[in-house]
Write a protein that binds this ligand. Structure first.
Ligand code: DGY
Length: 329
């Protein structure tokens, strides 16, 4: 069995890390908690047939040039793959894989937590008490918005959007959605979800949760104009990718009371957060924790390793993004 040299751009959770070390001659970035510096990445990928990459690494023409002709697979440790130039990989016969399904429910849990926290001012209330602010219960103290029986608008109705819809059903919510891909009618029926055009959804939903991939079409899908169309009582949740929202416009909309609150897991210029959002109690912000549970990060790692092993052993990886590479081969 060949012990292929592979690059792993950050230490993985214990089980997948052990699986990589057992099977491969692995070069693991053990540096500080920050992402591997670009020059280090380009140096270390040289001549490797495979790599496990994170969403913090850009896999583009420069990366592929640095890797050279031996590179066969880039196994991304994430479901999102906007960090990968998939067309460029395909042109060069490099397989690209991601980690779908294993993180669907966990990411939907986090989106739901953000929705609840933003609607009911949980983070603000916590900060209030920790600041030792004197308080007495009162009829108008820290009022939020009802979640039960409200209308949830899902922008992006794929796996994670649908998982959020299942949670919302338990709260008696009405579900509307917008997506460029319409799911089969049975899916709509099972979830009681109604399709709306994007602009109509903005005006009708009490809560909007974003579940789209980052593409040139979805970059700044939410900006000043969209916030003006939303209800002043509405809550926006984003657990997809930061650049889908124009953060400066969001900070303005929250400050101006154009929308009620936002729950954000992802940011436009990660790891930076727009300073305007940091100042606002109506923005609940967490550091890209969507898939961050022990079991899910383990499962993502095992799937990334499975993809790497399959590709280097000459089998189709289970979650290949660009199957055209195999057709070409
Ligand atoms: C992903 O997988 O794309 C998330 O953003 C991190 O789990």
């Amino acid at each position: 069995m060949t012990r292929w040299p592979v690059l792993v751009t950050r230490r993985l959770p214990p089980r997948p890390m052990a699986a990589v070390l057992e099977r491969f001659d692995a070069d693991v970035w053990e540096g500080p908690p920050e992402a591997i510096p670009r020059d280090e990445l380009l140096r270390r990928i040289r001549g490797k047939p495979g790599a496990i990459t994170l969403l913090t690494e850009r896999v583009d023409a420069e990366f592929l040039d640095a890797a050279g002709p031996d590179l066969r697979i880039v196994a991304n440790y994430a479901v999102g793959f906007d960090n990968i130039d998939v067309d460029e990989c395909t042109r060069r016969g490099v397989m690209a894989t991601n980690t779908p399904d294993v993180l669907t429910e966990t990411t939907a849990d986090l989106a739901w937590a953000l929705l609840m926290a933003a609607a009911r001012r949980i983070a603000e209330g916590d900060r209030y008490l920790r600041a030792r602010t004197p308080w007495t219960w009162g009829p108008e103290m820290m009022l939020g918005q009802d979640v039960h029986d409200a209308t949830l608008g899902l922008v992006g109705f794929g796996r994670i959007g649908q998982a959020l819809a299942r949670r919302a059903k338990g709260f008696g919510m009405r579900i509307v959605y917008y997506d460029v891909f319409r799911p089969p009618a049975e899916v709509e029926k099972a979830l009681g979800a109604r399709y709306l055009e994007f602009d109509d959804l903005l005006g009708e939903a009490d809560f909007i949760s974003i579940h789209v991939a980052l593409t040139p079409e979805t970059r700044h899908l939410f900006g000043a104009e969209q916030f003006r169309r939303m209800k002043p009582t509405s809550v926006l949740v984003n657990s997809s990718r930061g650049p889908v929202i124009d953060e400066a416009a969001l900070a303005h909309a929250l400050r101006a009371g154009e929308i009620f609150a936002a729950g954000l897991d992802v940011f436009e210029k990660e790891p930076e957060v727009h300073p305007g959002l940091l100042e606002l109690d109506s923005a609940v912000i967490v550091p890209h924790l969507g898939s961050a549970t022990v079991a899910t990060r383990d499962a993502m790692g095992m799937l990334a390793v499975e993809n790497l092993v399959a590709a280097l052993e000459g089998r189709p990886p289970p979650t290949l993004i660009n199957p055209e590479v195999l057709e070409k081969a």
